[in-house]
Design a protein around this ligand. Structure first.
Ligand code: GLA
Length: 746
């Protein structure tokens, strides 16, 4: 057992963690460990000398002590000197800090329960991921030392019962620490974003994790990043029982950095937190009709056309069209083109929308030929929000919200069900059938089509999907036919269960990767409708080099995205940097679905963990990358900020540009990356990204060569939809940490 008193080993521990500077901290890196479960293990007198010695920093899988779907116990012997109590700022208490634990724990000190996190299942079936979702998380247990639990200067036993549902397991990524209780460590500072109205609103929440009252003072500052001026600054004395909230009102149209510092009254120690709350750059859409949709649309001869006219503006709106080719009709109330065109060719159509404020027209080139998806798909997919809990009701709620909130008026018209829709077994004829969550696929498809949506579904070339639902293996033809009967317009075909087939054969040739995808595409193409083919195999065998060959309309280039900067940075910047040669109209690199709004991959949704500026970066980058933009949140809960992030017509016009060129990085250093793509009208879209952890100031002049500024007549700020004045072009720009300036250079 390694137990380190930091005052003895000052030099050694200094390199481990700053907290070790405190003279009384006890740091422990190893424990005794055993698999299984026995109530006796908590008793201090239990003999654990035959147990394995395990690290508390490495998960159990790494140490080959795997406890998947079972219990295990750690026991830590530790001598706690009485002086620790004297050091405590909270008289009579000491603190036991445990590392991350996968998944739940019950912790005992000398046989007494001192804390637990999650709910221990009696059987694995009873395990609930939703309840134990708090992993990865460290544990902070306070021990009231007044009641005789701690044996000062003698051997104490901390016994930790853990349960692991899957993967990793046990303690990891930190050390066990026993420390005096410092007041300031009981304080947590957080920001709670509130709904925007005329202003922005944020609550600063100061939480006291201890059971006694804490007193201190806060200093709050609000700083306008664009004008570099302090707009608010004040101090406040506070007493906190459990938590205190301080509301802040800020200008919602500009990035404001809010900083709060809390100073403990007794110890005078301080802690600080900072945030940039939601701010809106997209100008309000005019009340008159404005066309925001794609200007080209591809369909195969005789295939059904389902095309929603994407006009924003006051409702009700009536729609009309000129030069419609034979075979197409327009629903003048809903603004949806239906029908089919027999003759190959390019048809120039004029789309017209009219409301109480006026009338406007837009041109659409309908290309009847062999290529569909001439611009990347825009829409919604159920995975990043509902995960395996998706249902027909939830799909309809998001589709209805695309209409009601107006996102469909910006072109978001694919409505895609991800994993977890099939029943456990096929029917007697071998047909795949939906489970009870989807009572009627055909009716759902009909309803979506009538509204102008396209209907997407998910399957796997293997026997099962990633979520353990039925896949299409050996039923490819039948499934393609069933999808056609339901009116499916988009298939995401996810490798997952096919790993089994792949691993069972020794064939690692290029052909082995293509095989399952060619097979399904052959049957999809036999259907009398266009089905967007979205292949998902995480980028294996450099799929971007052969995606077009298997006639995929898009291919996932990476593993799954999640709502963190690390994931966004790796997938969006690192992994796409060299892929620009492979995107062309009809065939797109897919860096995965959007992670803005309320996500959760389960029935429990939460706000995305991306910061305000990370979200601007995400949408700007996906627009530059000509990437599929499938909204991954519950559309019904989209707020004003998220709407404005998704529905900036000039940002979307970059994504939907008919030239279909994907941006490439043209400049990189440790602070910024500049990405550029050419657009159909000869202009360039440029993203200047601040990838550093600090707000930065840049001057366009410095990047003259990279941006080719000499030849440019106009520079437009795309988010603000404003041309820069000469003065602005040559002045300093402030880009918040992980934020972006998205420009269009004419
Ligand atoms: C894989 C895919 C995800 C999602 C899940 C569903 O992980 O990459 O996008 O479809 O499967 O189980």
């Amino acid at each position: 057992m390694k137990q380190i008193f930091s005052f003895l080993c000052f030099l050694f521990v200094l390199s481990l963690s700053p907290i070790l500077l405190h003279s009384q901290d006890i740091i422990i890196s190893e424990a005794k460990f055993i698999k299984g479960d026995n109530n006796e293990y908590k008793n201090p007198a239990f003999d654990d000398s035959h147990w394995t010695t395990a690290s508390v920093e490495k998960n159990l899988r790494k140490q080959k002590l795997d406890i998947t779907t079972q219990y295990g116990w750690y026991r830590i012997h530790v001598n706690i000197p009485k002086t620790m109590l004297d050091e405590s700022e909270l008289k009579g208490w000491i603190r036991i800090h445990l590392p991350h634990i996968d998944d739940c724990d019950e912790t005992f000190l000398n046989g007494h329960l001192i804390g637990k996190m999650g709910i221990m299942p009696r059987t694995h079936e009873e395990y609930s991921h939703e309840i134990n979702y708090r992993y990865p998380s460290t544990r902070e247990y306070l021990v009231n030392a007044n009641n005789g639990i701690v044996k000062w200067g003698e051997d104490n036993v901390i016994a930790v019962r853990v349960y692991n549902a899957n993967d990793q397991g046990g303690m990891m990524n930190d050390l066990v620490r026993i420390t005096p209780v410092r007041r300031i460590e009981g304080i947590a500072l957080a920001f709670e974003q509130k709904q925007l109205d005329k202003y922005g609103h944020v609550n600063i929440v100061i939480e006291n994790k201890y059971s006694c009252k804490q007193s201190g003072s806060v200093h709050i500052e609000v700083f306008d990043i664009e004008s570099q001026t302090k707009t608010q600054s004040f101090d406040k004395s506070i007493n906190i029982t459990t938590s205190t909230t301080i509301p802040i009102i800020y200008d919602k149209n500009t990035p404001s950095r809010i900083t709060v510092s809390y100073k403990d009254k007794t110890s005078q120690k301080t802690m600080t937190a900072t945030t940039i709350p939601h701010y809106i750059q997209t100008p309000n859409a005019p009340e008159t009709p404005r066309y925001n949709g794609a200007t080209v649309y591809g369909v195969r001869p005789e295939s059904p056309v389902i095309f929603k006219l994407a006009f924003s503006g006051n409702k009700p709106m009536t729609y009309s069209a000129k030069n419609l080719p034979e075979g197409l009709t327009l629903d003048t109330q809903r603004g949806v083109l239906h029908g089919s065109v027999a003759q190959k060719g390019e048809y120039s159509i004029i789309l017209i929308a009219e409301n109480d404020k006026g009338k406007s027209e837009a041109s659409l080139t309908l290309k009847v030929g062999n290529t569909i998806a001439l611009t990347p798909p825009l829409g919604w997919n159920s995975w990043n929000c509902w995960g395996l809990s998706v249902s027909q009701e939830k799909v309809m709620a998001s589709a209805q919200a695309l209409l009601d909130k107006g996102l469909a008026d910006y072109g978001f018209t694919y409505v895609n069900i991800d994993d977890s829709w099939p029943a456990e077994k096929r029917d007697k004829e071998g047909r795949i059938v939906p489970n009870e969550k989807f009572p009627n696929m055909k009716a759902l498809g009909d309803w979506l089509h009538q509204q102008g949506f396209k209907f997407g579904i998910y399957s796997s070339p293997g026997d099962i999907t990633c979520g353990d639902y039925l896949g299409s293996i050996d039923h490819e033809e039948q499934d393609a036919q069933t999808f056609n009967e339901w009116g499916i317009d988009y298939l995401k075909y996810d490798w997952c269960g096919y790993f089994k087939v792949f691993r069972a054969s020794n064939d690692r040739s290029h052909a082995a990767y293509l095989r399952p995808y060619i097979k399904m595409q052959q049957y999809l193409r036999q259907q009398p409708r266009d089905i967007f083919y979205s292949i998902c195999q995480y980028g294996m065998d450099e799929v971007w080099k052969w995606g077009t060959y298997v006639d995929a309309n898009s291919w996932r280039t990476t593993g799954d995205i999640t709502d963190t900067w690390a994931s966004l940075y790796d997938i969006g910047f690192n992994k796409q940097a060299n892929l620009y040669p492979y995107a062309t109209p009809g065939h797109w690199n897919d860096p995965d679905m959007l992670i803005v709004g309320k996500v959760g991959w389960s029935s429990q949704l939460r706000n995305t963990r991306l910061s305000t500026d990370e979200q601007y970066t995400h949408i700007s980058l996906w627009a530059l990358l000509a990437a599929n933009m499938l909204i991954g949140c519950d559309v019904a809960q989209i707020d004003e900020f998220t709407f404005n992030l998704l529905c900036n017509n000039e940002v979307l016009a970059i994504n939907q540009d008919p030239l279909g060129q994907q941006a490439k990085p043209i400049f990189k250093n440790e602070h910024i990356q500049i990405w550029s793509r050419q657009l159909a009208d000869g202009s360039y879209a440029i993203g200047i990204f601040n990838i550093s952890n600090e707000d930065i100031n840049i001057n366009f002049n410095e990047y003259k060569d990279k941006l080719n500024l000499q030849k440019i007549s106009t520079i437009r700020d795309v988010w603000r939809q404003k041309d820069l004045t000469n003065e602005q072009v040559f002045s300093v720009y402030h880009i918040p940490t992980h934020g972006v300036k998205l420009l269009r250079l004419f």
